[in-house]
Write a protein that binds this ligand. Sequence first.
Ligand code: HEM
Ligand code: HEM
Length: 195
Amino acid sequence: MQLRNTRSGYGLVAILFHWMMALLIIGLFLFGKYMTGLDPMAPDTFALYQLHKSLGFVVLALVLARLAWRLANPSPALPETMPGIERLAAHLGHAGLYALMLAIPLSGWLMVSASPWGIPTVVFDILPVPHLPVPDALGSKAEAERTLKGLHELLANGLLLLVVLHVAAALKHHFLNRDDVLRRMVRTGSETHPR
Ligand code: HEM
Ligand code: HEM
């Protein structure tokens, strides 16, 4: 079983990171949209918000571990036949996905730190997380919370858009270009060559 990446394919660790995080993030997106539509005073709403925060911290921890793993591993080369502009789009797209995987939980953390309610964050009721210092430039606590809510929503919607493009690109590789780009994110040890 190949754990590490090679220049031609992803290892098991990168593949598990990718699919675990894809599921978790898409789930958290839907969860966020669902919970913000609930009656804030309903008995279960508070617990759902706390669960959203806890799972968001799991994403933050996983993306830091994933970036460390990425730095310690070779990145599989893109197919040689890919035009320069598509290579650039792939690199920018992946960088954007990593940036959003970091920025969305951080904006959520900053948002709950700004809340005038001062609700503590205890990940899965076990691990207390301190509030972040909120920049004065964001105004009063209530103003800062409103701005950061808007930012969290905007970044999450931006991620959705980028993921749609990312999936479309993966499907184009598989069905139109007929290369190994999608298959090498599903199983280890595949080579980059036309089918
Ligand atoms: C990758 C991780 C995350 C994703 C994809 C995500 C996604 C979302 C989405 C889509 C919403 C609904 C926004 C709207 O349409 O109004 C939302 C709301 C919210 N998120 Fe997250 N979130 C993540 C992480 C976090 C974290 C780490 C925290 C806090 C520590 C957090 C706190 C909140 C709160 C408090 C709301 C409700 C905001 C409101 O009342 O309008 N989220 N999130
Ligand atoms: C929230 C959802 C997702 C996120 C955040 C995400 C993020 C990423 C990132 C950051 C990479 C670059 C990995 C690296 O080289 O370090 C990547 C690669 C990849 N993703 Fe996703 N992804 C998501 C969903 C999906 C889905 C649903 C598909 C399939 C249809 C997919 C297919 C791929 C493929 C094929 C690659 C490999 C590209 C290559 O070999 O260069 N991803 N993804």
